[in-house]
Write a protein that binds this ligand. Structure first.
Ligand code: AMP
Length: 116
């Protein structure tokens, strides 16, 4: 996997706009440009990790922060009780298209299982 710039690097550097809904020292969250649910937000680490396969053992806390930010966002939007889905796609079979790990946060409608 190469290290060419992704669209998310450009969002992080504010080169291209995004509807940012959350930011702290390590995590940025913004609305997905092609939402698959009434609420569809992407939580990304501020440092580049291409895929789940490249996550280092030492980065477990950073990955955990994506989930904690999603948890807090669900509470903030009052969807925690009705529920939501978080997904991280990996490589071709997972249909990953942007090679900077991101947690999809989907809410506001009934989800189906299994996914297509
Ligand atoms: P994935 O297919 O799991 O890699 O997800 C990439 C996601 O990034 C898709 O849901 C896209 O709609 C979303 N996306 C791509 N470009 C942008 C952008 N400029 N702003 C917000 N979301 C984007």
């Amino acid at each position: 996997m190469n290290n060419t710039t992704t669209i998310f690097d450009k969002i992080l550097s504010k080169e291209i706009p995004a509807e940012i809904v959350f930011e702290n020292d390590t995590v940025l969250a913004f609305k997905d440009i092609n939402p698959q649910a009434p609420i569809h937000v992407l939580f990304i680490p501020k440092i580049r990790i291409n895929t789940i396969n490249e996550i280092k053992d030492s980065q477990s806390e950073l990955v955990g922060q994506l989930f904690l930010a999603a948890r807090d966002y669900a509470k903030e939007l009052s969807v925690a009780e009705e529920g939501y889905r978080v997904v991280m796609n990996c490589n071709e079979h997972g249909q990953q298209t942007v090679f900077h790990i991101h947690l999809h946060f989907l809410a506001g409608r009934q989800m189906n299982w299994p996914p297509g």
